[in-house]
Ligand binder design. Structure first.
Ligand code: FES
Length: 343
């Protein structure tokens, strides 16, 4: 029987996403003020930024696969993977691809952001964590999807784990961080594939036949991820982990009306067919942290005590969603008439 691979999904996009907190944001979400340094184009349409706290404090350590929220002066918030943290915690490095459909986020960063500019960042969050207990690994990066996989490759190299790193790009000019990838110690794991010179990549060959103990991590455009999932359809259910960089947003709206019960206050809040749980809670005076409002950042996840949710987020795995322990209240709804939340 063919098994559908379970995925650890985390989808991010360059969609407009107004700052929901305005001036209240810094205290509400521990936004750190950072100054930009080393802002430069490192490939076609890709800009690298180093982000240094303006108060001189060290930034916290990060695990491979983590991302941060970046607040831009135009009021928009975007999520970007952390490529590296300087050893002394003085800065995080990110890289931003200008999305041709950008409505201000990535285009603003690539075209406008420069050294010395002050931006805001969140603490790191990680929905694309590396399982360090596997026997070996295949990392597949498409385009700017290389950013979370570089720290994974570094970690695997430090741990002496066997792995292959396939970096797929439309052309050499569009490939970022080649200097890092083609230098020791990552160079001996690296396979480069440029579509303009080599045509379509053979993904089935890259991942090999199903193998217990192997993990496949893939990050990049939806087409690549779907193709890898298709190539890995015979693999064990927990073998493929992925993170998308573009997506269709989860549909937060429509559905039947239901109720949410808040155990800490005893309140029962009605959620109408056209509103989100997040909106209904807000109307009832219950504040829940939220950043993306698209089910992709995980900031609005709330513990669930009972009820059955209609999960529409891209943060939790299928198994996590089935467990019904948490719900992303910005997009998810209820199947049962009432959800009981630990709020
Ligand atoms: S606000 Fe981002 S997942 Fe809900």
């Amino acid at each position: 029987m063919k098994r559908r691979p379970a995925r650890r999904a985390h989808d991010r996009s360059d969609r407009p996403n107004p700052d929901p907190y305005g001036e209240r944001m810094p205290e509400a979400m521990n936004r750190t003020s950072v100054a930009v340094a080393n802002a430069r184009l490192i490939a076609q349409d890709i800009k690298q930024l180093d982000l240094t706290p303006t108060d001189g404090r060290a930034l916290p350590p990060v695990e491979p696969g983590a991302h941060l929220d970046l607040w831009l002066p135009n009021g928009q918030v975007r999520q970007y993977s952390i490529v590296a943290r300087r050893e002394d915690g003085a800065s995080y490095r990110i890289a931003v691809l200008r999305d041709p459909n950008s409505r201000g986020g990535s285009a603003y960063v690539v075209e406008t952001v420069e050294d010395g500019q002050v931006l805001g960042i969140s603490a790191p969050r990680n929905h694309f964590a590396l399982d360090e207990g596997a026997d070996d690994y295949v990392l597949i990066a498409g385009g700017i999807g290389v950013t979370p996989l570089i720290p994974m490759a570094r970690r695997l190299s430090e741990r002496g784990k066997p792995f292959a790193f396939h970096y797929l790009s439309r052309s050499r000019e569009r490939a970022a961080f080649l200097d890092v990838l083609q230098a020791k110690p990552l160079n001996r794991h690296l396979g480069l594939h440029f579509d303009d010179a080599q045509g379509r990549p053979d993904l089935a060959k890259m991942i090999g036949p199903p193998r217990t103990g192997r993990r496949i991590y893939v990050c990049g455009p939806s087409g690549l991820i779907d193709a890898v999932l298709d190539a890995a359809r015979e693999w064990p259910s927990d073998a493929v982990r992925f993170e998308r960089f573009t997506r269709d947003a989860a549909e937060p709206g429509a559905g039947a009306a239901f109720e949410v019960e808040l155990t800490r206050s005893g309140q029962v809040v009605s959620v109408g067919p056209e509103e989100t749980i997040l909106d209904a809670l807000d109307k009832a005076g219950v504040a829940v942290e939220s950043v993306c409002k698209e089910g992709i950042c995980g900031s609005c996840m709330v513990p669930m005590l009972s009820g059955e949710a209609d999960h529409r987020d891209s943060v939790q795995t299928e198994a996590e969603q089935q467990a019904n322990d948490y719900i992303c209240v910005c997009v998810s709804r209820a199947i049962s008439p009432r959800l009981v939340l630990d709020l």
